[in-house]
Design a protein around this ligand. Sequence first.
Ligand code: GDP
Length: 305
Amino acid sequence: MTILVTGSDGLVGSALRELISENVYFATRKDADLTNYQETESLFNRIKPEKVIHLAALVGGIGGNLMHSGEYFRDNLQININTLEAARKTNVSKLVSFMSTCVFPNEGPYPLTPETLHLGQPHPSNFGYAYAKRMLEVQSRAYRAQWGLDYVVAIPTNIFGPRDNFNLIEGHVVPALIHKTYLAKKEKTNLTVWGSGKPLREFVFSKDVAKITLWMLNNYSDSEPLILTSGTETSIRDLVECVVREMDFSGEINFDKTKPDGQFRKPSSNEALLERLPNFSFTKLSDGVKETVEWFNGNYPSIRK
Ligand code: GDP
């Protein structure tokens, strides 16, 4: 039995590589351009997977979303349409794909639950990405309804970990802050954080997401997407404190309020997850940040940036 993992050189893919090594094919952009249907189907015909973990996506933090809304909409829609269709045509029995809590309605209601997914507009800072990703839920539901396919969707919160994209402008907040802190320390400058520091986010460590993904591949068959969160909100200010502590940075910290705060908060419900995995223990934010910082320090400058 072969499992195909798309987008396997990303954050969750690299965590999965540490968990499984047999009967799995880790695909990257070099194997196929998933925005192209012919290439996508050829990959599936070549690997003949029985199950698929579909991680490939064009993603970024608030900066990337603001700059590339057209590309994030177009490429993610194409990648998902092509991947699920190639899976259907080649008789893949199980597929796990990924959205994110940033695709939910901007106004809540909170805590976010899967039923509220389509009930309102996403935050304007990431509407291109959000609408494309919402269609993943629709496509999976429609394929289940018409063809009985067991294609399920995970909704993680803000994922971080080793091998993240540490781009200063387009990356997510944890890797961007680690990289900025590194540079501020090296150049003996202030650390400039975007926004007010007040927004709240739920962070989840990539290795936890990889573990739950494997569990979903073998045990989760519900048409309702599953939110992956510990249910703990952290302010950006508290995150900054955690990062500077782990990076041993003692310089000055500024909050640049001309930069976007994005959505103020997006607390999500972990009720469905805990019902199924009551004993799952999420990595503490400080432990995850520590491990990510250690990886960053051990691999700089050959990091994704
Ligand atoms: P989001 O969770 O989808 O909004 O994406 P991000 O991971 O990009 O987090 C954005 C939040 O972190 C916003 O409130 C930003 O103002 C704040 N933030 C602070 N500094 C940075 C930074 O250097 N990069 C990013 N991406 N966000 C930052």
